[in-house]
Design a protein around this ligand. Structure first.
Ligand code: GAP
Length: 433
């Protein structure tokens, strides 16, 4: 199943291996013409749901490179590490917590003792490469939010409880990247730091609320609820900053695995940055006249993992019993995130039908991402759109020239309706937004 999805993604221009013509880069992927639309739609929905539709949330877009002291204060230079073992025979390295037995999975060789391997990606800024110019590509977007807490508080005049949201790239030198987009070295995160009163009960309440809201996000992008699971972390697997974490997991073809984590970060980060920077990161509560460092509840998700889940959830190969031919692929993507919302197809190219379809295409394209296709039989053109998840196909035929009406075919049911050209945009608005 994963191989089929990877192959479809490459063939239809969703996702490519990075630097493929040079043999690739392990754990990095490029989003092609359809992939970037799909990803942008997922991010736009995230931003709308969590930022613009709410009154208690503001956005941020911080730099990927920060002062190295940020990562020392946050604990990442000391604690952001995976357990690493090396094969004594072939010298390949693996994460020991992901191995089923104590032998090298590649050659069966004996493995070394476990060592901690820090996964922050290092870089140097400036003309010399020494410890004074050493810094890191951010390992999580969250720290950009914490170090801007005071700036946002003073400029956006928010009152607790409120959140700061950010979508952006994060980098981790994963020892064993794998399962396509699931574990990569460069990926995007959508993170919210939600600042609340420093109170255990409030933290617990917000924690439950954000677990639910995060789950609603996934059903909002079309993932079946029955494929989502909640898993609370045991005390011994909690990150260095967390007092309680719940993962939202998805039933991937390679096993049930994490999509997102919701953590009670308490005042860990703001306290650490206040101490390390010497700058006050306290909040002044007008009503009580008290100052305090707020607690934080953090819903954090990987955008790339959401894309992978959406693709796995939507992928369907016909067994021939649903009116499609055996083996035909349909991506049942939610219209909300489908890269192309409508394809405009003239029944034939001649007799003025192509020109009429072009007019319709321009009308639809002014509001939605649309695609014009006049090559091949109509059945083949439908199939090409089904395979990339286009929810609606609009066909102009001979009647269109007489009465300005078209046929709209819905991808999943394959049902066809006749509507007026002037009604197409409203029809799509109703079905998509
Ligand atoms: N700020 C909290 C944080 O970064 P995390 O559990 O390490 O927590 C959050 O990461 C989310 O980022 C994960 O749930 C996952 O969706 C995504 N993520 C983490 N590592 C990833 C990787 N190597 N490749 C793709 N996505 C990753």
């Amino acid at each position: 199943m994963m191989e089929k999805i990877v192959s479809l993604c490459k063939r239809r221009g969703f996702i490519f291996q990075s630097s493929e013509i040079y043999g690739g880069t392990g754990g990095v992927y490029d989003f092609g013409p359809l992939g970037v639309e799909l990803k942008n739609n997922v991010k736009q929905y995230w931003w709308k749901k969590f930022v613009t539709d709410r009154e208690d949330m503001v956005g941020l877009d911080a730099g990927i490179i920060m002062n190295a002291k940020v990562w020392e204060a946050s604990g990442h230079t000391s604690s952001f590490a995976d357990p690493l073992v090396e094969c004594k025979k072939c010298h390949k390295r693996f994460r020991s917590d992901q191995l089923k037995d104590k032998k090298c999975p590649d050659c069966g060789g004996e493995l070394t003792e476990e060592k901690k391997f820090n996964i922050l990606v290092k870089t140097f800024l400036g003309p010399v490469e020494d410890t004074s110019t050493l810094t890191y590509l951010r390992g999580e977007t969250a720290q950009g939010i914490f170090v801007n807490f005071k700036n946002v508080l003073e400029s956006a005049r928010q009152k607790i409880p409120f959140g700061i949201a950010q979508i952006g790239k994060a980098f981790r030198n994963e020892i064993t990247p794998g399962n396509f987009l699931y574990r990569t070295r460069e990926f995007e995160q959508g993170e919210i730091e939600y600042f609340i009163k420093p109170d255990k009960e409030e933290s617990e309440k917000q924690y439950r609320y954000w677990i639910n809201e995060t789950k609603n996000f996934y059903t909002g992008i079309g993932i079946k609820e029955s494929n989502l699971k909640l898993r609370e972390h045991d005390k011994d697997e909690l990150s260095h900053y967390s007092n309680g974490t719940t993962d939202i997991e998805y039933d991937f073809p390679f096993g049930t695995s994490e999509l997102a984590g919701i953590a009670q970060r308490t005042d860990f980060d703001l306290t650490a940055h206040q101490k390390s920077s010497g700058k006050s990161l306290e909040y002044f509560e007008e009503e009580s006249g008290k100052k305090y460092i707020p607690f934080v509840v953090e819903p954090s998700m990987g955008i790339d993992r959401a894309i992978l889940a959406v693709l796995c959830d939507a992928y369907d190969e016909s067994d021939g019993s649903d009116g499609r031919e055996k083996g035909e692929i349909t991506l049942h993507l939610s219209p909300r995130i489908a890269p192309i919302k409508a394809a405009i197809l003239p029944l034939v190219k001649k007799d003025g039908l192509a020109e009429k379809a072009q007019e319709i295409y321009k009308q639809v394209k002014s509001c939605f991402s649309a695609f014009y296709d006049e090559s091949g039989s109509i059945g083949r053109r439908y199939r090409r759109q089904d395979e990339i998840g286009t929810p609606f196909c609009i066909t102009a035929d001979y009647d269109t020239l007489k009465d300005d009406s078209v046929t709209i075919r819905e991808r999943d049911s394959m049902k066809q309706e006749r509507i007026k050209i002037s009604e197409i945009n409203n029809y799509l608005f109703e079905k998509i937004v």
